[in-house]
Design a protein around this ligand. Structure first.
Ligand SMILES: [Ca+2]
Length: 432
């Protein structure tokens, strides 16, 4: 098997920096101790020993879908506050909250939002994208984070990550602080597409309590391999936007960069606790007209996308990204970059467009417990990937859900799956 084995050493919930190391091959010695092993009681204890854990289910769960919302304008992402609000973004409107009684409030963005962002604009694929809730929200900071296109910078405009403070009742936002202001934005259309293309934009806190920010290549040939510009990257920062420790960015690079050489990452999720290499980030990434990829990330890694200087290809605007095929314009160019991170899943069949992704975790997911769900947007399906200990894909199936372009996949605090669709709906999907 031609893939780099990656071992991930990270304690879930630890505030310390993530430690990543490259190793050579799979080893069961790295597997965590079995969960649920009975512990003998102290001598003389009257308590009976705990019952052994039942064997894990291999059943495919039955999915029951409830349509929670319709009529939204390009909903892009979903997050939950620990006190019961469902946050969602709409690309051209901003951030809103939905409460258990079904009422909603517009928190941040355009129009009647409680906090108006006059610099927000919506163009092409871009606008308001990801949303994330701070791991210390419940401890009192009440911070949430939004990825947005902003015209506060000009020539070029940029994408930003802004931090907001939500009121105690989650009914208003205030205290905007822009923590990352220089994420590359495609300011002007070119020979391969219009302005606003390939901004990335997913935001997720890892179990290491750092914020991961996915960005895109802007149809710019040099951006993915340029270590000083924030496009075609996965960033990893603290809540103030400073580089997180342990990013292992190559010398001379922007220290906020965790991985580089990406095309347009719109999915990032973390292997759940109890699995091998728990906490390891996995990205899901659009291919051009081939080779959607799911990739287990390693700090400082190169994802191998380099759409420049391709002899033999005709490259409009010097961008070769659409000009070739999996051999002449690979999503992971191991000829140019022999140490590039290998994808664990390459999707080349039928309609493509891989974007959002989430692991599902918990016994309610039965045989899917611990599997990786990936939205294939053009195919209007959700793939369910089974991974081995090293992160390689060993099987896949399709979720029995109605056809839809799922733009966001999130496991809620209730253990259920929440889906935002490009047609303007948010679903709750309950496994049983
Ligand atoms: Ca790649």
């Amino acid at each position: 098997m031609n893939r780099a084995a990656i071992f991930f050493s990270l304690s879930l919930g630890a505030a310390t920096s993530a430690l990543f190391a490259c190793g050579g091959g799979s080893s069961s010695a790295d597997a965590p101790a079995p969960v649920g092993s009975p512990t003998p009681p102290p001598a003389g204890s009257p308590s009976p020993p705990p019952a052994p854990s039942p064997p894990a289910s291999t059943e495919t769960p039955t999915l029951t879908r409830t349509v929670l919302m319709t009529g939204l304008q390009n909903p892009w992402d979903i997050a939950f506050t620990p006190d019961g609000a469902m946050l969602f973004t709409e690309k051209c409107r901003g951030l809103s909250a939905r409460f258990a009684n079904g009422t909603t409030v517009r928190l941040f963005g355009t129009g009647t939002s409680t906090l108006v962002a006059t610099d927000l604009f919506c163009e092409g694929q871009s606008g308001v994208h990801g949303v994330a809730v701070d791991p210390d929200f419940a401890n009192g900071n009440r911070y949430v984070y939004v990825f947005m296109a902003s015209n506060l910078n000009t020539n070029p405009r940029t994408n930003r990550v802004v931090r907001l403070n939500l009121s105690a009742d989650n009914m208003s936002a205030s205290g905007r602080t822009d923590i990352v202001t220089d994420i590359a934005y495609k300011d002007v259309g070119n020979g391969v597409g219009g302005a606003g293309a390939h901004s990335g934009g997913r935001l997720r806190f890892g179990p290491d309590r750092f914020l991961y920010v996915t960005t895109g290549d802007n149809h710019n040939a040099t951006l993915p391999q340029d270590l000083q510009r924030l496009g075609g990257k996965v960033l990893r920062v603290d809540r103030n936007g400073a580089a997180a420790p342990g990013n292992n960015t190559p010398a001379g690079g922007d220290a906020r960069t965790f991985t580089y050489g990406h095309r347009n990452v719109q999915g990032i999720t973390f292997r759940p606790a109890g699995q091998p290499n728990a906490g390891q980030p996995f990205t899901a990434e659009h291919g051009p007209n081939h080779s959607d990829e799911v990739t287990p990330l390693v700090a400082g890694g190169n994802a191998g996308w380099d759409p420049q200087n391709r002899a033999g290809l005709t490259c409009p605007s010097n961008y070769c990204g659409y000009a070739g095929n999996p051999t002449t314009m690979p999503m992971t160019d191991t000829a140019r970059f022999p140490n590039a991170m290998r994808p664990s899943w390459v999707h080349n069949s039928g309609a493509r467009g891989v974007g959002p992704a989430t692991f599902v975790d918990g016994n309610q997911w039965k045989g899917w417990n611990g599997r990786l769900l990936v939205s294939i947007m053009a195919a209007e399906t959700v793939a369910v990937l089974q991974l081995d200990a090293a992160g390689a894909t060993t099987g896949s199936s399709l979720a029995a859900l109605p056809t839809a372009r799922a733009r966001s996949l999130v496991q809620g605090p209730d253990g259920n799956l929440y889906v935002a669709t490009d047609s303007g709906a948010i679903w709750r999907v309950v496994p049983s």
